[in-house]
Design a binder for this molecule. Structure first.
Ligand code: C2E
Ligand code: CA
Ligand code: CA
Length: 615
């Protein structure tokens, strides 16, 4: 630094106020000044004057010397005589200005009054000012100080600018970094660092646009879901779950071509985009390679874990308008893969979309069906096989869809189960059946019983017992005449909760039947520990019975077991006299089936009861 700041200068740097401050303090500055003059007398006067001010003064007696001195150490100011031999002051000034090193040094020309001084040439050559000889000392000092202050101010401005630029650069870098971080959070999955749903959809849209431009072009989306991942997470912990997801990610990456995008959609869902394929077979090949890769067990910590995945594959071309539609279809295909057999893939077909849509329509209609009173109960008599009379009924629900007509329970009960609508629907059935029984008991016989099907979800619902208590209080039916039919899976899916409900039912003397017996878990040891009153032998066993008694299959065994466990047996689906005779011979107490009667509506049932039929 050429300028030696006085201590007071420090406080006012780095601001515009600082520049004004420099101007005011210029007089106190010690500067390096180069004086160029070939007249010794002039030189001496100036040097003495400037030395007195505390400046360092260097002397040059011609142009060449001046240039050499200025380049050797760049001065803060140059006082330059115009008239010199060999090289004029103008020329010296021009050369100084042409050199970037010295270009910014202010040059004040010294001119004698008798010399022909050309102000225009002086400023053209790059001079900052001029001083006339003979010197007026105050004027010389004023101009020198003025230009020194200007130079200092300029330097400070340059420095401030440089600092500002530096700061802007740093901030820009920080911002870029922050932006990159934000982008990463917005577009990538934090665990696997794979693309997330947002980024995947962007890429899919891009690929889809390409198919719109080129009708021959195809893409594929693979939607992948791990089967029973929740079980792994719940039993081994989330840390193991996370490591497993990372290991799965690695294996998936092995199977993919370079242009594929692998994304994690959260949880155990992954999506793969093959942006350009020539044939369906290409997508299937990738799918098969994924299935193969996933097959060997994963070693996570000390656990050996087998993972199976279900993959939905959809081929997209220009006929798809929107990326979401591709995802919807990939999802439908994935669910189809999951429901048919675990650990496989399914290629989307348009028929699946129709089926999914139809299901959705049904679900929507089902939500309104209770309020619109579209349900009706039918009753199928259960026959006491010894006496041949009606001992009770099984209530069977019917749905009259205003447009589609009668929809069988096998279609809508599973949907009601999945959506939870089974709870209000089941409540309605129970209510209706109990009131009907109450009415028929009063009119025909107090021994009549009513069997009501209770689905697993309804059975687990805490409101069930409450509702039963209310119904028993408001109707006069004896609890032992109410029979609930549940399947084995309703108990086995959650034995602990089931045990509590079963005990509460037993406390109330309500009868419990195991429906479709023989088709489910048939865990007899388990069954033994639950308070079950009745086994209903599944229709499929009865239907196999023909005149040959060797076709009885498991039926005799089931009946024997029931007897030793002190349970009653009902044979479902008796359609022929032969079946009835065989069943009776085996000592089965109750029967139900088309041979006696199909399920009837309420008024038909009243007619049947009035006829007092015997079989
Ligand atoms: P499920 O409990 O096994 O009911 C017996 C089914 O067998 C009834 O079909 C009945 O009509 C039919 N069936 C009776 N006898 C014969 C026969 O001799 N031959 C043949 N082929 N079939 C016979 P449905 O009414 O279509 O009910 C089907 C299933 O829907 C029921 O099977 C039950 O699981 C469910 N379901 C019906 N009503 C309800 C209900 O109110 N709540 C619940 N949760 N499920 C119900
Ligand atoms: Ca049943
Ligand atoms: Ca059944």
């Amino acid at each position: 630094m050429m300028f030696d700041h006085s201590p007071t200068d420090v406080a006012c740097s780095h601001s515009t106020a600082g520049i004004a401050c420099s101007l005011a303090n210029a007089g106190a500055m010690k500067a390096d000044i180069l004086v160029v003059d070939d007249t010794p007398e002039n030189m001496r006067i100036l040097c003495t004057l400037l030395n007195h001010q505390g400046h360092t003064v260097r002397k040059a007696i011609n142009g060449e010397m001046a240039l050499t001195a200025a380049k050797a150490a760049v001065p803060d100011l140059i006082l330059l005589d115009i008239m010199m031999p060999n090289m004029s002051g103008y020329e010296v000034c021009q050369q100084l200005k042409a050199d970037p090193l010295t270009a910014s040094v202010p040059v004040i020309f010294l001119s004698a009054l008798n010399e022909t001084f050309d102000k225009v040439s002086a400023f053209k050559a790059g001079g900052a000012d001029y001083i006339s000889k003979p010197y007026n000392f105050e004027e010389v000092l004023a101009r020198v100080n003025h230009h020194l202050a200007l130079r200092l101010a300029l330097k400070e401005i340059h420095q401030l600018n440089a600092e500002l630029e530096q700061r802007v650069e740093t901030r820009t870098r920080e911002l870029e970094f922050a932006n990159a971080k934000l982008l990463e959070v917005a577009l990538y999955d934090p665990l696997t660092r794979l693309a997330n749903r947002v980024l995947f959809m962007q890429k899919l849209e891009e690929a889809l646009r390409a198919t719109h431009k080129d009708s021959m072009r195809q893409l594929a989306v693979l939607f992948l879901d791990c089967d029973r991942f929740k079980v792994i997470n719940d039993s081994l912990g989330h840390s193991v779950g996370d490591h497993l997801l990372l290991a799965i990610t690695q294996r998936l990456q092995h199977c993919l071509p370079a242009d594929a995008t692998l994304a994690r959609f959260g949880g155990d869902e992954f999506a793969i985009l093959l942006p350009q394929i020539d044939q369906v077979e290409q997508a299937i090949a990738v799918t098969n390679s994924i299935l193969r890769q996933i097959e060997p067990p994963f070693q996570i910590d000390t656990h050996e874990i087998f993972v199976s995945v279900s993959i939905g594959v959809v081929i997209g071309n220009g006929t798809y308008e929107r990326a979401e539609h591709l995802m919807r279809d990939a999802d439908t295909a994935m669910y189809r893969a999951k429901s048919t057999s675990k650990g496989r893939y399914c290629l989307f077909e348009i028929a699946m979309y129709a089926a999914a849509l139809q299901r959705l329509e049904l679900e929507t209609a089902l939500r309104r069906a209770i309020a619109l009173e579209e349900f009706e109960l039918y009753y199928q008599p259960i026959i006491d096989l010894q006496g041949g009379s009606i001992s009770g009924f099984e209530a069977l629900i019917r749905w009259r869809h205003p447009q589609k007509g009668s929809i069988p329970p096998s279609i809508f009960i599973p949907i009601a189960e999945e959506t939870g609508l089974i709870v209000p629907i089941g409540n309605w059935v129970l209510e209706q059946a109990c009131h009907q029984l109450c009415e028929w008991q009063q009119r025909f016989s107090h021994n009549l019983s009513m069997s009501v099907n209770v689905s697993a979800r309804q059975f687990m619902h805490p409101g069930l017992i409450e509702q039963i208590d209310r119904l028993l209080a408001t109707t006069s039916i004896a609890p032992s005449n109410l029979k609930l039919e549940i399947t084995e899976s309703a108990i086995m899916d959650n034995p602990h909760v089931a045990a509590i409900t079963l005990q509460q039912l037993r406390d109330r003397q309500i009868q419990l039947s195991i429906d479709d017996f023989g088709t489910g878990y048939s865990s007899l040891s388990y069954l033994h520990s639950f308070p079950v009153n009745i086994l209903k032998i599944d229709r499929s066993f009865i239907q196999n019975i023909d005149s040959q008694s060797n076709n009885l299959g498991l039926v005799p065994v089931i009946i024997n077991i029931a007897k030793t466990m002190n349970m009653n047996v009902i044979a479902e689906g008796i359609e022929t006299k032969i079946q009835l005779d065989q069943i009776k011979k085996l000592g089965c107490e109750f029967g139900q089936g088309y041979l006696f009667s199909k399920p009837l509506n309420a008024s038909e049932t009243i007619q049947l009861l009035s006829n007092k039929p015997r079989w």
